[in-house]
Design a binder for this molecule. Structure first.
Ligand SMILES: *Cc1c(COP(=O)(O)O)cnc(C)c1O
Length: 434
């Protein structure tokens, strides 16, 4: 019989709960601080931009939180996502390693991001919100939120980092197809955007600036709340459906990973695949290595400092204890737009500090080399962001070949790259710069 390469779960196996790793860590996560008073933020402080049900989830000490049925019903449009063994890639690499990947590109928006967009839209609808404002880098989060808002009958306005707005017009069209309004950030819509445009008319924009614009829009527009696609605890929490499904699928494959890999921008898809494995590491003393992979030009874990910093450029968000390159840092315009963020999820930063996870970084050209190798062996064209995880998985497989030892590798393929072909074009034509 031929090798089993595709591990499928029935719809009934969509997780019933999200997993909160912060309930299980040996040291508590330092709380976010109010930017004015530098005291821990209260629930009331957060209500200016988030509905109460989301703020409660952000601060929860509960270990497992039930996924509401309307959210599970929408998850069922694409979940459980497939987990595959990359046997053709293993052959190409001549490695004794077994390489598995969880494919989050199977969602309608093409990435893991709807896993959080859907519950965020749902909780806002429940709380009476009429309109959601957000920012987007490469357009993945904006399109995911646009789809989720459409499904729950909410208006959606998206501040899209200017460089991506121009480099990735199809994502903008996708957002518009799902009914959202999209502005290139820095924009003329907000005071902060106008100020940034005056200061530097050619600014490529950044997630930090776009977040500031979306927050300003939120506080100035009635019935509007803000939604963030990564970094925060509740976003990491929502993504844990990825790792929980992966645990079951690795069971079906009859293996347990020696190494679990995810790329990190704000940290949410990594959190999604990693946290359920971190739970096994804490409670069952598993020795799994869990590796976060970042771009070398925006390496908040490996090159940043662990300290309190703002989530945005305009200093409007609470101060969060996280790995950061500084909130004024404007990363170069690399193709992995979704990884251009100055900070790292406090939860991911905390696990890194506790030694429960590792981190490494790669330059853009190494990442695209791996992406093309993966596409040629497995067919799927990975998103530039996800390709950081592909690079790390391939390097683990090469190390296994050198050690002549079997190694079971699991990585999260956080999205497909079919809307990122301009990036592939610049790599294939030798125009990509590091
Ligand atoms: C947004 C995005 C990322 C980075 O965001 P995280 O919150 O770190 O997961 C990674 N991969 C894809 C495909 C994305 O769209």
């Amino acid at each position: 019989m031929s090798q089993t390469t595709h591990f499928v779960l029935p719809q009934s196996e969509i997780p019933t709960h999200w997993y909160n790793v912060l309930a299980d860590v040996p040291e508590p996560l330092p709380p976010p601080l109010h930017p004015g008073t530098r005291q821990p933020v209260s629930l009331a402080d957060m209500l200016a931009i988030f509905p109460q049900n989301i703020v409660e989830q952000e601060m929860t000490a509960e270990q497992r939180i039930e996924i509401p049925q309307p959210v599970r019903d929408i998850y069922a449009l694409w979940r459980p996502t497939p987990l595959l063994r990359a046997v053709r890639l293993e052959k190409a690499l001549q490695t004794p390693a077994h390489i598995y990947y969880k494919f989050e590109g199977a969602s309608p928006a093409g990435s893991h991001k709807p896993n959080s967009a859907v519950p965020q839209a749902y909780y806002n609808k429940l709380a009476g919100t009429k309109r959601l404002a957000t920012e987007t880098g490469a357009g993945q989060w904006g399109s995911s939120l646009a789809m989720a808002c459409q499904m729950f009958g909410l208006e959606c306005v998206v501040y899209m980092v200017k460089v991506s707005f121009h480099q990735k017009p199809y994502r903008k069209m996708l957002m518009q197809t799902w009914g959202a309004t999209v502005h290139a950030s820095p924009s003329e819509q907000t005071e902060y955007g106008r100020k940034m445009r005056q200061q530097s008319p050619d600014s490529p924009g950044s997630l930090g600036i776009a977040i500031s614009e979306a927050i300003e829009d939120t506080v100035k527009t009635p019935h509007t709340k803000y939604a963030l696609g990564s970094v925060l605890n509740h976003v990491c929490l929502h993504q844990t459906v990825i790792g929980q499904e992966s645990l079951k699928q690795m069971d079906l494959a009859g293996e347990y990973p020696d190494v679990v890999i995810g790329c990190v921008g704000g940290g949410s898809n990594f959190a999604g695949i990693a946290f359920p494995f971190v739970e096994r590491k804490i409670k069952q003393k598993k020795s799994t290595r869990i590796v976060a992979v970042e771009p070398s030009v925006c390496a908040s874990l490996t090159k940043g400092e662990h300290r309190y910093d703002f989530g945005d450029t305009a200093e409007m968000t609470p101060l969060m204890m996280m790995h950061t390159l500084g909130h004024q840092f404007v990363p170069p315009a690399i193709h992995a737009g979704g990884l251009r963020y100055h900070g790292m999820a406090p939860a991911v930063s905390h696990l890194y500090k506790l030694g429960l996870i590792e981190a490494k970084s790669y330059a853009q050209s190494q990442v695209f080399e791996a992406a093309v190798q993966f596409a040629r062996a497995e067919g799927i064209v990975p998103a530039p962001e996800s390709s950081h995880a592909v690079r790390a998985a391939i390097d683990e497989a090469i190390a296994a070949r050198q050690d002549k030892q079997k190694r079971t590798i699991l990585f999260n393929l956080s999205g497909h790259g079919l809307m990122d072909m301009t990036a592939y074009d610049s790599y294939l034509s030798g125009k990509l710069i590091d």
